[in-house]
Design a protein around this ligand. Structure first.
Ligand SMILES: Nc1ncnc2c1ncn2[C@@H]1O[C@H](COP(=O)(O)OP(=O)(O)OP(=O)(O)O)[C@@H](O)[C@H]1O
Ligand SMILES: [Mg+2]
Length: 462
């Protein structure tokens, strides 16, 4: 398993913070150590040089007084003083170790000093103690006569350094702990919204559409949450529309089926023998079958339009023959209603013939259905208006209540809630018109104007 983002974030922060602290402590400790040791070396080099200055006499003249002087000096500066001749043999040891006097020292520092160059070095002696060796040459007339060696303990320095070290460690641990808490908090803050979003997505995956997640900030995460809510809302709407569609479609199919069932049953249950009665009933059943077939056709066509499963072929053509054809088709249904047209002289427009015929047919058919058979008057106009062709179907019928207009183009929507059979289609016509307009980059609008109902379709030039 991979560690979660939260752990990785917190881990990264912690590593960076602790790493910085450790590096910082290391640098502070190191420079402090160097500083102390260098200071100590400088001081004891100076002391050694002072002793070496007076050591000349001892080495040159063998004056024992300078031995005592050097020993006292060594005591006051807390160092062991060794005087060596030019072969490295110990002439005097301020600690007075008898076994050492007369022995020859071979230390690096000693050899360097006898070669004329002062040298210091830090050595570990038994039981982990560290000491500083300082060796300087005893010179006279630029000739080396011997050397002075100082040995001094570094215990005090390393004690101080150990104290500093333990303070630095506690500081590092304390700030590390604070940093751990802060980075955990920050990681939780950063990953919390991710968790909420994930839960949201998981809910959607299980089929619960329209889930919302809280938007907690205005940053990238907040914007993601907002986008998620919008998407989820849209999916929820789509799902709802789909359900409504199925419910409505089933209802529309049920009513003709119900009528057919009733007609067939009454025939079966009666003792009627007259063939003309049978014929009448069968004619009614036939009409219902037509209704069903038309409904199925319209539904299939609408689905194809919405899935853009049909090819749109727009080519420039005269508009008035299209209007004439539709009016011709519907003239018999119009009865006493007046059908007029007013198409701009010589109007040519790039149109898909089939889609445009469907638009005109549905709009004029509606206009006929929803106007009075006696006084009804319907007019189709078309004209170019700049880059658009404006097509209007105007009728003087019952009109449409303004509050219904937003839903008019929804599938299965009918103003007449009783869905009466005489006036009635399924409520698919205007959905088809809208899709047919949009497939030609056009749009449709309904306007109530001076007691007239105007359906206005605008189709742009190519
Ligand atoms: N010209 C109009 N005047 C008044 N109401 C109209 C007009 N055109 C449409 N409507 C109202 O809008 C509703 C939807 O119209 P639409 O064409 O989509 O369905 P329909 O005509 O009832 O059925 P279909 O077209 O599927 O046979 C209609 O039921 C009607 O209430
Ligand atoms: Mg219609």
């Amino acid at each position: 398993m991979f560690p979660s983002i939260k752990w990785r974030l917190a881990g990264t922060y912690m590593t960076i913070i602790l790493g910085t602290l450790l590096l910082f402590s290391y640098l502070v400790f190191n420079s402090l150590e160097n500083y102390y040791l260098e200071e100590r070396e400088k001081t004891y080099l100076a002391h050694a040089n002072i002793i070496a200055g007076s050591g000349q006499e001892l080495l040159l003249s063998g004056d024992r007084n300078s031995f005592y002087w050097a020993r006292n000096y060594g005591n006051t500066i807390d160092a062991r003083v060794l005087m060596l001749d030019k072969t490295g043999k110990v002439l005097m040891d301020s600690f007075g170790e008898p076994w050492l006097e007369g022995r020859t020292l071979e230390h690096r520092e000693v050899r360097s000093a006898l070669g004329g160059k002062s040298l210091t070095g830090i050595h570990n002696i038994q039981n982990g103690k560290r000491v500083l060796y300082v060796a300087v040459p005893v010179l006279h007339d630029k000739k080396v006569y011997g050397a002075v060696m100082l040995v001094t303990g570094l215990g005090d320095i390393f004690e101080t350094l150990a104290r500093v070290e333990s303070q630095l460690i506690s500081l590092t641990l304390a700030s590390g702990a604070v940093a751990a808490m802060l980075s955990w908090f920050l990681a939780v803050l950063l990953t919390g919204p991710i968790k909420e979003l994930t839960t949201g997505v998981e809910k959607m995956t299980r089929g619960k559409l329209g889930v919302r997640v809280p938007v907690r900030s205005n940053d990238e995460m907040g914007r993601l949450a907002k986008a998620f809510n919008i998407m989820s809302g849209k999916l929820g709407k789509v799902e709802q529309t789909r359900r409504e569609f199925i419910t409505n479609a089933s209802h529309e199919f049920k009513s003709p089926l119900g009528s057919m069932k009733a007609l067939a049953q009454s025939l079966l249950e009666s003792d009627e023998t007259d063939p003309t009665v049978y014929r009448e009933f069968l004619a009614d059943i036939d009409a219902e079958i037509d209704r069903l077939a038309r409904l199925a056709d319209e539904l299939l066509y609408l689905v194809r339009l919405e899935e853009e499963g049909i090819k749109v072929r727009r080519r420039a053509q005269p508009v008035s023959p299209l209007v004439e054809r539709v009016l011709g088709l519907l003239r018999s249904q119009a009865g006493a209603r007046k059908l007029k047209m007013d198409v701009q002289q010589g109007l040519y427009w790039p149109l898909d013939e089939d889609l445009t015929l469907r638009i005109l047919f549905n709009l004029v058919h509606n206009a006929i259905k929803y106007t009075s058979p006696e006084t009804g008057s319907i007019k189709v106009t078309a004209m170019a208006d700049g880059k658009e062709m404006v097509l209007r179907v105007i009728d003087n019928g019952e009109g449409i209540p303004p509050e219904e207009i937003p839903y008019l183009f929804d599938r299965f929507y009918r103003v007449d809630k009783t869905r009466s059979r005489e006036t009635g289609g399924a409520g698919l016509g205007l959905s088809i018109v809208k899709q047919a307009a949009q497939l030609q980059d056009g749009r449709i609008e309904v306007i109530n104007s001076h007691g007239n109902t105007v359906f206005e379709v605008k189709i742009p030039d190519l």
